[in-house]
Design a protein around this ligand. Structure first.
Ligand SMILES: Nc1ncnc2c1ncn2[C@@H]1O[C@H](COP(=O)(O)OP(=O)(O)OP(=O)(O)O)[C@@H](O)[C@H]1O
Ligand SMILES: [Mg+2]
Length: 349
């Protein structure tokens, strides 16, 4: 009691701990037409339990950002600069064997194309069990004791598979575990994929367009499911999507990417209510609103650039309605901090 005034005076730091920090991550693809900087100097922080959305047009580097974190960039792509600190340790310098343990166990990814994740020739229960990291290896000894242990272990694994399927909302999981992927609808297949990603209770889930192929009601159910996982398990999520509406509803923070550059970052409320970058402003103008009977939507003029033939200066400048002569000059375009965690890469600021 004597010291209570002192305790009350202490400022309580409620900021969740840092989970992932990218510093200047740069991933390139050498192509016959020139070097493509698919991700160019990406830096951001992600806290435990945070939901971060990455948006941008096709080819802006969203998938390559996620693949770089997991060191799964396909050949001939290469991470040439930067750091990816996960719980303070740089993933880019971890031995391959350690990286293999981190993938799936600590960080799981839902890939953009669901059909590449599921194997058509195995029942889904089997595939979920495999992702638990414990394969159905029956011990070499024939003793009755080891047979008893094998049976118990297999039963425990089976129970865990059923539990994970139940968690992601697959009805009748005991029977459904024996079914093959083609016996599931698109939405149910996506739930199986999420079950596989979650089976090891990762700290971080990288979800690359998890709902793009699904119709809107199923989309909403999958987003509800990701929300529930985030709430109940504190799993952080990086959600990559074309759909700004999904980000607005699901995410805490948002990053807007264009041609490998991070153009803007902030809380969802800030960025949607007051977009700073002309590209973000353009993306928001493209959003159709059901509530307003607009005459027409306003697409951003021009096409997504060819990354192997980028003009000097800001890659968005050829399509930007506010571009100034210096935007087309070969000069640095630093990220400008407009407030805490509010960033924009544009010469207007
Ligand atoms: N395997 C590859 N070989 C060569 N270049 C590649 C390869 N994968 C990606 N790239 C380059 O990296 C850029 C970024 O690709 P990425 O897949 O990250 O885009 P994205 O933002 O995920 O687009 P989408 O919304 O279409 O999925 C592409 O424009 C392309 O130039
Ligand atoms: Mg992609």
């Amino acid at each position: 009691m004597m010291f209570s005034w002192k305790l009350e005076d202490q400022p309580v730091d409620t900021t969740p701990p840092l989970l992932l920090e990218l510093r200047n991550l740069t991933t390139v693809f050498p192509t016959r037409r020139g070097l493509v900087r698919a991700v160019d100097g990406m830096s951001f922080m992600l806290r435990e339990g945070e939901k971060l959305g990455i948006v941008g047009e096709s080819g802006s580097g969203k998938t390559v950002t996620l693949l770089s974190i997991l060191r799964l960039v396909p050949h001939p792509g290469e991470i040439v600069d930067g750091e990816a600190l996960f719980l303070g340790e740089d993933l880019l310098h971890k031995p391959r064997t350690e990286m293999r343990k981190i993938r799936g166990k600590e960080i799981a990814m839902i890939f953009q194309d669901p059909l590449t994740t599921l194997n058509p020739v195995f029942p889904v229960g089997e595939q979920i069990r495999e992702s638990l990291g414990i394969h159905n290896i029956v011990s070499s000894s024939n003793g009755w004791l080891s047979r008893l242990f094998d049976r118990r272990r297999i039963a425990a694994e089976q129970e865990r598979v059923i539990q994970v399927m139940r968690d992601v909302g697959i009805p009748s999981p005991v029977e459904r575990a024996k079914n093959y992927p083609h016996q599931f609808s698109g939405g149910m297949q996506q739930r199986v994929i999420i079950a596989i990603a979650l089976s090891c209770e990762p700290h971080l889930l990288l979800a690359d367009e998890p709902t793009t192929a699904l119709d809107v009601t199923i989309q909403a159910q999958i987003m509800d499911l990701l929300n529930k996982i985030n709430r109940e398990h504190g799993t952080s999520v990086i959600l990559v999507t074309h759909n700004l509406g999904v980000v607005a509803e699901f995410c805490d923070n948002i990053i807007v990417m264009y041609a490998g550059w991070m153009m803007e970052k902030g809380t969802v409320e800030e960025v949607i209510a007051d977009p700073k970058h002309p590209y973000t402003q353009g993306l928001l103008r493209c959003l159709p609103r059901i509530s307003e009977k607009r005459e027409k939507i306003h697409p951003i003029p021009g096409l997504v650039p060819d990354l192997a033939r980028l003009p000097p200066g800001c890659p968005f400048s050829p399509r930007c309605d506010q571009a100034m002569p210096e935007c087309k000059e070969d000069r640095p375009f630093p990220l400008i901090e407009l407030g805490e965690g509010r960033l924009v890469r544009c010469l207007l600021y």
